[in-house]
Design a protein around this ligand. Structure first.
Ligand code: PLP
Length: 413
């Protein structure tokens, strides 16, 4: 019998196999028919330390015996209180307030609403949001609106709100981005939202910390809120806890999800500065922050996130990340010598390059061909069009890294 499941970003009409995964450990997924698959993309960029990390699994099991779920409007619980305090300690000041939600997209929706609420409740309404070309911030309507328009969201275009777009700061052409941002900022927009240092779904495009710092300075100068969407980049992915760290900047609003629970359970937070919180705090109920979802700050997910933070506190995570970066680089250097490989680059644990041939769009035929080729060889890889990237869990060993790069080399050959 065919399955009734409707999968995300999957064209069921192509009849491609959909493997049934039964369990996972570190960088390996095990299928129900006995196969072992190397997870080269951290299960959509969420798994940081590795699948089934014992400390995170134990925290989940323990919390499940105490409190499963509780309404978070006007009620609280210990795992959320502990997590919020730990996040405020770990993240740079003045990010002093933590709003919970349950996915990267919702953390972005919350950030946009906070920005508009800040202006509406304070200096006067501002509605316009500035974005960067090629960005991706999620698949809800607001998140799509601030992301690149294209095949992902074409059918929904009439629902998406208008934004101001600055060009992607290609190396050597950064000034055009800065000039465009400066011009947009003069129109008094509410906020600028960016993926710091690397645009994920937009093709793993990297830009320099200096450009990030200069964009932040322009927003500061014009009193435009700066939103950093670190849903993909945080938790060490780019080599530091936050990508913003490398530019020496602190955003007004910060979106975190994916690796927040080490990639084990869905949870997100949007951190904000005190003035943004204070703009909503009042004796007037009409000024409260009108956002929630049923599972906001789910206690079991918060316990998983607390265990993740404990791992960051107690274990040499950044050293592991630096080591993985070096081990990726050695393999990337080799593959970069291949005649059909272009634009090899690495940021922290993320390695990427383009394969020549076919179109450069998300629908490039290279992606399904390489994906299928790798799946048949026990590797989970999911290129973005003709952009191939490797973003493994931090625990991956050399043999599994060799298997990933070996499969790509075999495909190229
Ligand atoms: N923002 C960025 C930068 C992302 O990379 C993603 C997902 O990949 C999202 C937001 C959306 O996150 P989610 O899929 O959890 O809604």
């Amino acid at each position: 019998m065919t399955s009734p499941v409707w999968h995300p970003f999957t064209q069921h009409g192509l009849g491609e196999p959909i493997p049934l995964v039964s369990h996972a450990e570190c960088a390996a997924l095990f299928t129900a028919d006995g196969g072992r698959i190397v997870d080269a993309i951290s299960s959509w960029w969420v798994t940081t330390h590795g699948h089934g990390h014992p400390r995170i699994m134990a925290a989940i099991a323990e919390q499940a015996t105490k409190l499963d779920q509780i309404i978070f409007a006007g009620w609280t619980h210990e795992p959320a209180e502990t997590l919020a305090r730990a996040l405020v300690t770990l993240m740079p000041p003045p990010l002093a307030h933590v709003f919970f939600s349950d996915s990267g997209s919702t953390s972005v929706e919350v950030a946009l609403k906070m920005a508009l609420g800040f202006w509406a409740n304070g200096a006067g309404p501002r509605h316009r949001i500035l974005v960067m070309e090629h960005s991706y911030h999620g698949d809800t309507i607001g998140a799509m609106s601030v992301g690149a328009r294209g095949v992902f969201n074409q059918p929904y275009a009439p629902l998406l709100f208008d934004v101001g777009t600055v060009p992607f700061p290609e190396a050597g052409r950064e000034q055009a981005t800065l000039d465009a941002l400066e011009a947009h900022c003069r129109q008094m927009p509410a906020a600028f939202i960016v993926e710091p240092l690397i645009l994920g779904a937009g093709g793993m495009r990297t830009y320099s910390p200096a450009t990030l710092a200069r964009m932040h300075a322009i927003c500061r100068r014009h009193d435009v809120l700066f939103i950093a969407d670190e849903v993909m980049t945080a938790w060490g992915r780019t080599g530091t806890l936050l990508a913003c760290e490398q530019a020496g900047i602190v955003p007004d609003i910060l979106c975190l999800s994916k690796g927040l629970t080490g990639g084990s359970l869905p949870l997100a937070v949007t951190l904000a500065t005190r003035p943004i919180f204070e703009a909503h705090r009042s004796g007037d109920r009409a000024r409260m922050f009108f956002h929630s979802s049923s599972y906001t700050a789910n206690p079991i997910a918060c316990a998983a996130a607390n265990a993740n933070l404990a791992i960051w506190r107690d274990e040499p995570v950044l050293e592991r990340i630096a080591d993985l970066g070096q081990r990726q680089q050695a393999r990337l250097d080799r593959i970069a010598r291949h005649a059909s490989v272009r634009g090899a680059r690495r940021l922290g644990t993320i390695a990427a390059f383009e394969i020549d041939g076919g179109t450069a769009s998300y629908l490039s035929a290279v992606a399904p061909r390489l994906m299928g080729f790798c799946r048949d060889r026990g590797i989970l890889l999911r290129p973005l069009g003709n952009t191939v990237y490797v973003m493994p869990p931090y625990c991956i060993d050399d043999a599994d890294l060799d298997a990933i790069y070996g499969a790509v080399e075999a495909f190229l050959a």
